[in-house]
Structure formats: C-alpha cells, structure tokens
Ligand binder design. Structure first.
Ligand SMILES: [Fe+2]
Length: 382
C-alpha cells in the first residue's frame, strides 16, 4: 500500500469557535482583512458577528458572491483584493463564498486576469493567508485545493494546493439559521463527498476512515437537521460529517459530481441538488467494481451488510434515495424535467468535459448514456 496525504489547514471545530477568529487572524499576522461573502450573510448578521470577533484586525467586505459563481465574480473579487494592501482573506458563507475567498487569496499576490488561472497549479507566488468560516454543513470547501467557477456556462475549476486555507473555523452555531432547502442541498453534497471519495481509486485508509464516519453522521442526522433546524446535536453532527467529507475529498470524486456538473448549469440547480440526484445510481453502479468495500459502506448507511455486492449496491442506493426524497431532492432526471432526447448529449458532455481518472468504473459515451437513462427512469439496476 502507498499513499500520501497533505492537509496544512488548521482546524478549529465546535460551538462557539467563531469567537476565536480574531486570535486566528492575528496569529496569521493579519492587520487588514478582506471578508469575502454574499449579501445573505450580511443581511442575516453573520458577517457582523464574525467581524465583531476580529478585534484589532481592520476589515472590508466584498459581498458580491453569487451562487455557482461565474469567472466574472472571480475577476471582481481579484480587483477588490488588489485595490488595497490586504494581508488576509476571510471567507464567510457556503462553498461559493469560500471558493471566491480562496481565489482572492491567490489573485492578491499573482498578476493577470482570473480567467488565466482556470486549470491546475497556475499560481507562481504563494497566496495571502486565509481563514474560512463555513455557514453551511456541506461543501468542505474550507479544506480543498479547488475553487469552482462557471466559465461560459460550464463548470470549471481553479486548482492549486497553494489555495488550501490556513485556518478553518467550523462553528455549527453558524449553520443553525440555514433554511431546510439549504440544509438539504448542502447536506446531500457532504454525503456525496464522503461516498464518492470512498468509491474512488485514490481512496486511502485516511480518507476511508473520514468518509465512513462522515457517512454515518450524515445518514443519522441529515433528516433530523432538515426537519428541525434548531436541533443542536444534529447540526453539530452535520458540521462534523461535512468536515469529514472535506478530509475525504483528497481521494477525489467519481462520476457523481461529473453528472452533477452537466445538469447544474442547464437547470440552474444548487450544487448539492445536482450531485445528490445521481448518488443512489452511482452507488448501485459502482457496487461490483468496489465489491470488497461494500459491506462497510452498507453499515455506514445503516443497511444490513449481508449479501453480494450487487444486492448491497441496490440496498444502499435505495437508502440514499430515501434520504434524498425525505429532504425533497429530486431523485430522477425525469422529475427534474430532463427531456428523454437530451440524455445522450448530457452523457457525451459528462465523459468529454468531466472525465474521472480516479473512477474504478471506466465509462464511454454509450455506457454513460445507459447510466443517464437509469437516472431518468429511476432504475437502480447496474
Ligand atoms: Fe460537492
């Protein structure tokens, strides 16, 4: 066995940890910070709350982040961070705000347009230090090398290990006011990260341990957090499950996220809805390829681990689908409004634009077309 694991981000987890954000900022040498966020975070008072704990660190707010941010937003945050001598970037919000904060930290110290950084490992200079303060329990963006951007209608990424945040302050208190629809989408995203990372060729004992614990926590608590947002224990477990997903994400995703990208921009779906829909079908279709790992996955999903891989795949897929249905995530492409005639072009886009070398199942346009048909019909057959 051989693997490497790199996570230089300091983690601070638990209720009340946001109160320590000023000390973290000072510890990084911060004197003037740019807070990158969206208007909802300002309106709900969360930005004010984070700011109130920044002590002697001066800060300005960039609140123009949109859902599924376009490259133009990345450029706007670059222009802002380059307009004054900031020495720290703080991301406050969900994955979109944190992704744009990571981009801001990189573009503060590196020249040229945001568009020229789309791709991998393109930052010659070290970014500004950054602190991420997630307000959802889902994306794991506080622990990843990736910033997703929408370029000319397609999901693309700005990737670099240099973008890994310096500190992640994960305070479940900040997730308490999330509405049920956001709890559902971000929670499903976290379930996808843990599950897809577990099914990946690049999984290691470290990512598997995180993934299995993350799945266990989310399966037990997502419905509770959705039904009763004030359930503090459920919120804490969801934040922890999402954090585990961030740790597991280093194993990279399989085709669930690729399928999600093809439907996200076309149907203007939140990220967690677009990758949550394929999850049950991904599980049932990968089950045979990941046979030896299926009993443990079944246990984490609360399903009996007895049976052959194909049976377990269907049973676990069915469980994932029942959770999705409970939190009102669509479970078939037909329900989403995808036309039957569009299935093959979506499948083609999936394998050509979003290939997954880390997938133990290799797809071509034809076999991916079959998977899209199963997702359209709602069939968990592999
Ligand atoms: Fe995701």
């Amino acid at each position: 066995m051989k693997f490497s694991y790199f996570l230089p981000t300091k983690l601070s987890f638990g209720f009340g940890t946001v109160e320590g954000v000023g000390a973290e900022a000072e510890g990084l040498g911060g004197t003037r910070a740019l807070v990158v966020t969206d208007k909802v975070m300002v309106k709900t008072g969360i930005v004010g709350r984070v700011g109130s704990h920044l002590g002697g660190v001066a800060f300005d707010v960039f609140d123009e982040v949109e859902a599924e941010p376009r490259i133009e937003v990345a450029q706007a945050v670059a222009d802002k961070v380059r307009s004054a001598p900031y020495d720290l970037v703080i991301g406050v919000g969900g994955g979109s705000s944190m992704d744009m904060a990571k981009v801001a930290s990189g573009l503060a110290t590196n020249r040229g347009p945001a568009r020229s950084y789309v791709g991998s490992n393109l930052f010659p200079k070290r970014p500004l230090p950054s602190i991420m303060v997630p307000t959802t329990a889902g994306t794991g963006a506080e622990l990843t090398v990736t910033s997703m951007v929408t370029v000319d209608g397609h999901k693309q990424w700005i990737n670099s290990p240099l973008l890994l945040p310096s500190v992640a302050v994960v305070d479940p208190e900040l997730t308490m006011s999330m509405p049920p629809s956001v709890t559902a989408a971000t929670g499903m995203d976290a379930l996808c990260h843990n599950t897809e990372a577990y099914l990946s060729n690049l999984a290691s004992p470290i990512t598997d341990s995180a993934a299995i614990e993350g799945i266990r926590l989310i399966v037990k608590n997502l419905e509770k957090a959705y039904d009763l947002g004030t359930d503090r224990a459920a919120r804490e477990s969801m934040s922890l499950g999402a954090l585990m997903g961030g740790i597991a994400l280093q194993a990279k995703m399989v085709y669930g996220h690729s399928i999600g990208y093809t439907i996200a921009t076309r149907f203007k779906l939140p990220h967690g809805v677009s990758c949550g829909l394929p999850l049950p079908y991904i599980i049932s279709n990968y089950a045979v390829a990941c046979g030896p790992k299926m009993p443990k996955l079944a246990e984490a999903f609360g399903v009996s681990p007895a049976g052959d891989p194909s049976e377990l795949g269907k049973a676990v897929g069915e469980k994932a689908r029942s959770i999705a249905a409970h939190v009102k995530i669509p479970t078939t492409l037909k329900e989403l409004g995808v036309a039957e005639g569009d299935l093959s072009s979506l499948a083609e886009e999936c394998v050509t634009m979003y290939p997954r070398p880390s997938s133990p199942l290799v797809f071509d346009a034809r076999s991916m077309g079959l998977l899209y048909r199963r997702m359209w019909e709602g069939s968990l057959e592999a």
